[in-house]
Write a protein that binds this ligand. Sequence first.
Ligand code: NDP
Length: 284
Amino acid sequence: MKELEFLKQLTGSLSIPAGGNPTVAMVEAAYEHHGLPWRYINFEVSPENLADAVRGVRALGFAGFNCSLPHKVAVIEHLDGLGESAAVMQAVNCVVRRDGRYIGENTDGKGFLKSLKGVVDPAGKNVVMFGAGGAARAIGVEVALAGATRISVVNRSQARGQELANLLNEKTSTDAVYVAWDGEYDVPDDADVVVNATSIGMHPDVDARLPVNLDTLKSGMVIADVIVSPPNTHLMKDASDRGCTVLDGIGMLVNQGVIGVKYWTGVDVDPGVMRSTIEDIFGD
Ligand code: NDP
């Protein structure tokens, strides 16, 4: 007789609001594609309920969970330890149960790095990054730990930009510098990788353009955008027109999902299944 197995392995996401988070769709598509008896569920959790939610996750034996806004920092005190880059950036978006201990990782930056490494190894490279928020912090730390020689943090608010540059200088061996963003920024000729880690271009403000002098984008550069909705931003189109290698935000999103699922299940899932799910949702 066929053995019955009605117990699922559980994963999910804690955030508020939770309804617009598409990770569930791509992770469940991957579970189904690979025949994994796993589930991923979005949970809407308010800050005052975070401690109880993590206790519940532990009691229910979750293999791990994603943590999205506004819990990426607050969750740390409820965990049993942090991975290397999460400890540097003091932000967690993916929790993994290892030997019964819940360890906080940050897969945003790792997802970006995996996309980037598909076209260029950042070791020894000169990186220009727009933005100094959560996404920029994750990308900056991961790219620095991967050996980028120099990171210019170009940000509108000086306080946040300087803070990120200081963090990178103190905690990694990269040479980070804050650059004030007044008007159109000229990308230096020796930049290898240029990253938009701001929210400029994100739905609904899809016509917003990054204040950057497009004539300074050169064909040898890699231009990356974190924006997922829509993925084909003005920056992606302008950089493609100039012959640059481009990386859209879907690659980062898919790869952080692939890395998270690998942490939880041990299985290398097919990124193509996840990508097509996300493209169906956000594609233009
Ligand atoms: P934050 O709010 O933490 O940071 C936003 C950043 O954008 C800040 O540096 C802010 O500058 C800058 N910014 C926003 N508007 C402007 C503007 N008009 N002019 C100049 N700078 C501006 O957001 P996150 O870092 O969490 O997210 C940023 C983007 O990354 C979002 O669109 C998010 O969806 C995307 N993202 C994509 C992921 C993926 O997997 N592809 C993963 C995570 C995030 P200032 O400091 O001056 O306010």
